[in-house]
Structure formats: C-alpha cells, structure tokens
Design a protein around this ligand. Structure first.
Ligand SMILES: *[C@@H]1O[C@H](CO)[C@@H](O)[C@H](O)[C@H]1NC(C)=O
Ligand SMILES: *[C@@H]1O[C@H](CO)[C@@H](O)[C@H](O)[C@H]1NC(C)=O
Length: 293
C-alpha cells in the first residue's frame, strides 16, 4: 500500500527521533542481536508480494518499547512510501485514541485502534488479518499490557492474549513470525512513575537490549496440524448422511452441538498456537537474559 503524505511525514519524523535518541548517547549501552532475522523477513519481497505477512511478537516492558525499538531499523524504512516498510501496531483505544488529534497521529503512525476486553473478533483483529493477507508487517505485544518483571526474568512474562492465535489460523498464507525480547526499557520508563510522566528516565542509566529470534518452521507446522485437526470431525458417525433421531428438532439440536464443538475446538487450537509462540519468546528471552548459562 502507498503511504499517505501525512503518514509518511509522521513515520519518518518519529523514526528519526527514535534513531537519534538511541544513537546520541542518552542510554549508556544498547545491545542488538539477530536483527538480520527481521530484516531478511522484511526483505523477502517475493513472499510478501504473494500475500504472506510478517508478524513480530515481543514482551512489553514499558510505554516506550514502541516506537523506540524501531529506531534501530535502517532509515530507508522511514522514508519508503510503501506501508510494508514499517510495522502496523495494535494500540489501546483508551490510551492512544483519547482525542481526535492523538487518534489522527497514531493512525498516521500505522497504529490500529484496539479495544481491550472486546475479544478476538473485533475489527482491529479483522484488519490485522487483511493486512497480513497483503503481505504487511504486524507487530504485537500479546501480553497486551506492560509486565516489567520480564525485563529481569522470563518468569515475569505475562499470559498471551489469543488474538495472535486467531491471526495465524485465519491468515491466508502462514506469516513469518519473528520473536523479539526486550530488556532495560523498564528503567527508562518505570511503572508507576511520578511526574513528569512522559519524560524518559535517562538518569537511570538504562542499558537496553533488543534480541531477535529466527522464524521457526515449527510454527507453521503446528498451525498446519492444528488446522487439519479442526477439519476432521471428532464423531464421524454424526457426519453428513447419518440418520439423526428426533426429526427436525433433533437435527437442529445436532447442529447446535456441532457448532458448539467447533467453537471449543477453535478455542483449543488458538490457545495451543498462542502457547507455542509464547514458548518461543521465553526461549529467546532466556538467551537475551543469559538465563541458560
Ligand atoms: C534485499 O534483498 C535483495 C535481493 O533480493 C538484496 O539485493 C538487498 O541487498 C537486500 N536488502 C537488505 C536491506 O538486506
Ligand atoms: C548500565 O551500564 C553502566 C555501565 O556498565 C552501569 O554503570 C549502569 O549502572 C548500568 N545501568 C543499570 C540500570 O544497570
């Protein structure tokens, strides 16, 4: 998609601000590992033009994780007029879309208004799926709120919402999934913090790390297996053509049972897929935090 002029200006200025912040010595150190995993995924134009999206998934340790993390991208990503060069993020309505000016700003910054508590069948998730189907890049914080403890230990990672499970099951082509683990941003923006609320705490000497992991073929395999499971009826005897007792009412009851069964099955698969992604983030986090050494 071609980025509008407003969006192009927003993305390039925020990108440059983030890059400057990271490069001008406001933080004592920043360690970046595995960035090529993301850049290679983004640069796979053949796959993306064929309609396979990219999903990045990370732990969420401060209100600055976004957009500061993207300050490490090559600046060509900020100046491209193609929306594919920058992530689409899901942003909380009650925080980011509280007035028309902010709403316009975040929309221009490729943030999709999301209502927390409205579940996985809301327009934001539908939009994310359509974007993935056109090869766009979606970034998710599946914990959907800040869990700062995960900056120190992977045991601090919160539970993941199932929206990502739905996206992966419903995207037309299996997206490339790049896990990310962040540490140190919590020192920059501790929760809770006194006034001035929106000033980054550079005096805390935050040392940031941003670690990217590879896409694992296992994700695609799990999704494929899960989808196969969904299509196989669990009780073949009540499939089409089998006699149903009780006439029309019996049939209707049977249909309802079937719908209910499918819903439970989809829930189970979404949770399974989401869990798989969470495990990958934990595994990456252990490496980032040197927990396994
Ligand atoms: C992207 O891939 C092309 C070839 O497909 C290559 O020439 C180019 O250097 C790559 N760009 C980046 C930023 O990796
Ligand atoms: C960051 O690293 C510097 C230099 O090694 C150190 O002095 C500082 O205490 C570290 N910051 C935190 C929050 O640990």
């Amino acid at each position: 998609m071609r980025r509008s002029l407003t969006s192009a200006i927003t993305i390039s200025s925020i990108g440059l601000i983030c890059k400057s912040f990271l490069n001008l010595g406001f933080v004592p150190s920043i360690r970046i590992e595995g960035l090529h995993h993301l850049l290679d995924a983004l640069n796979d134009t053949k796959r993306r033009n064929a309609g396979a999206g990219v999903i990045t998934v990370s732990n969420h340790i401060s209100v600055l994780d976004e957009p500061l993390t993207w300050g490490i991208l090559p600046s060509s990503h900020y100046f491209s007029r193609d929306t594919k060069s920058m992530r689409w993020a899901l942003g909380a309505s009650d925080i980011m879309f509280t007035n028309p000016v902010l709403s316009e700003f975040f929309r221009a910054g490729q943030v999709i208004e999301t209502f927390r508590g409205r579940g996985i069948y809301q327009p934001a998730v539908n939009d994310a799926i359509s974007l993935l189907n056109s090869g766009e890049w979606i970034h998710l914080f599946p914990e959907s709120k800040v869990f700062q403890e995960s900056s120190k230990s992977t045991t601090g990672l919160g539970p993941f919402k199932w929206g990502i499970g739905r996206m992966l099951m419903e995207a037309r082509h299996p997206p490339t999934i790049i896990p990310i683990y962040l540490t140190g941003f919590d020192e920059l923006m501790p929760e809770p913090r006194p006034s001035p609320k929106f000033v980054p705490r550079i005096w805390n000497s935050p040392n940031l790390t941003i670690t990217f992991g590879p896409h694992s073929p296992q994700f695609t395999e799990t999704i494929r297996k899960a989808m196969l499971g969904l299509r196989e009826p669990r009780h073949p005897s009540v499939g089409l053509g089998s006699p149903v007792k009780g006439g029309v009412d019996g049939e209707r009851a049977q249909d309802e049972v079937e719908v209910e069964r499918e819903r439970e099955e989809s829930d189970r698969l979404r949770s399974l897929i989401t869990d798989e992604i969470r495990k990958a983030v934990i595994q990456l986090g252990k490496r980032a935090l040197r927990e396994d050494s």
